[in-house]
Ligand binder design. Structure first.
Ligand code: KIV
Ligand code: ZN
Length: 386
């Protein structure tokens, strides 16, 4: 049966936390408004206890955004949870997101706690959060390097004390697709009352597998994916929202799930984040890179001009781009050249086309790409010389 995948966007928390990606209040509000247009289910607006500025931005976003749940991160202690709740309490749909580490290496060196203490803390702090707020997400940090039976105990404690979402973070981007799928199946089979909570995944991209691992989790029954616009985030980043949304949409036949995301807002969201952090998208970035809908080789251009789906599995319009781009360069063929001069307004004879095409090829050998201005210059200089 087809089910819905919730998109939990953490651009303003995990994304903003990465070097070079910090944002001021007005930028955060602008991003939150765009996330609302994009129709993410949850906006993680920040980590309220971390600074007065973060508290202020979480609380402004909570007051303004009406169509998404607004979350704040909190460690499993009362002060963090109090601050998180105070920041989100005016939201139309508030959520406290609390987390603790569960892997042996994190429990020993980050938490300096025994597994029994982690279990007790989870139960007590989820209960504390659930008394304040109807929606509580619990994350087992470094879940993918944790003992699976210990994870089951921790998630049992979280759900029985009121967690409405349990999150499985691949905190250091370590897991593989098959391992992630097996872990989700294991949790679904062994955690008590698992149907009372949504199962979320939060994948980092250290080995370039964040999106693939998230999709593997969806295939195994996860019902929420955590992600950021353009995949920004700690170290190599988080799973990229635009890639997840377009993969689920383009391969709906395979995943058999739907989401609320309005994909036509993807391009605008991506541009906004790149402009705020002052970075350009890598040319070949999936979905939003400048070359993602560009075709240069003659064979591909001819194919796309005859039937777009020959070399495009998604339409540019589906992400909010007006149209694809035929880039003229040395690999381009006559079809694309004729298409371009026609769209520039020239009606030429066959003999003229042949002549200009030859000159265009000579020019293309010297330049990376041939612009519309180059083509106009080529044609008008000839016409003027007549
Ligand atoms: O990567 C991680 O484990 C996190 C948690 C706080 C969910 O960001
Ligand atoms: Zn993270």
């Amino acid at each position: 049966m087809e089910h819905t995948i919730r998109f939990f966007d953490t651009t303003l928390r995990d994304g903003e936390q990465s070097p070079g990606c910090s944002m001021d209040l007005s930028e955060k509000l602008e991003v939150a408004r765009q996330l609302e247009r994009l129709k993410v289910d949850v906006i993680e607006a920040g980590f309220a206890i971390s600074s007065p500025g973060d508290f202020e931005s979480v609380s402004r976003i909570a007051r303004e955004i009406k169509d998404c749940t607004v979350a704040s991160l909190a460690r499993t202690n009362e002060k963090d949870i109090d601050a998180a709740y105070d920041a989100v309490k005016h939201a139309a749909s508030p959520l406290i997101h609390t987390f603790i580490s569960t892997s042996p290496v994190h429990m020993q060196y980050v938490m300096k706690m025994t597994p029994e203490q982690v279990l007790e803390k989870t139960a007590a702090m989820v209960k504390y959060a659930a008394k304040k707020c109807p929606a509580v997400e619990f994350s087992a940090q470094d879940a993918t390097r944790s003992d699976w039976d210990f994870l089951v105990k921790v998630f049992n404690a979280a759900i029985s004390n009121g967690a409405t979402v349990i999150n499985v973070p691949d905190t250091v981007g370590y897991t593989t697709q098959e391992e992630m799928a097996q872990l989700i199946r294991y949790l679904r089979a062994h955690v008590n009352d698992i149907d009372k909570a949504a199962i979320s995944v939060h994948c980092h991209n250290d080995l370039g597998m964040a999106v693939a691992n998230s999709l593997a989790a969806v295939g195994a029954g996860a019902t929420q994916v955590e992600c950021t616009i353009n995949g920004i985030g700690e170290r190599a980043g988080n799973a990229a929202l635009e890639e997840l949304a377009m993969a689920l949409r383009t391969r709906k036949d395979y995943f058999k799930v739907s989401s609320r995301i309005d994909t036509t807002q993807i391009y605008r969201a991506s541009k906004l984040i790149y402009s705020i952090i002052g970075v350009q998208a890598p040319l070949n970035k999936a979905v939003v890179g400048a070359s993602a809908f560009a075709h240069e080789s003659g064979i591909h251009q001819h194919g796309v001009l005859s039937e777009r789906t020959t070399y495009e599995i998604m339409s540019p319009e589906s992400i909010g781009l007006p149209k694809n781009k035929l880039v003229l360069g040395k690999h381009s063929g006559r079809h694309a050249f004729v298409d371009r001069i026609t769209s520039l307004g020239y009606t030429l004879t066959e003999a003229e086309i042949n002549k200009y095409f030859e000159e265009f090829k000579k020019l293309a050998d010297k330049k990376k790409t041939v612009s519309d201005d180059d083509i106009e210059a080529l044609i008008t200089s000839e016409l003027a010389a007549r």
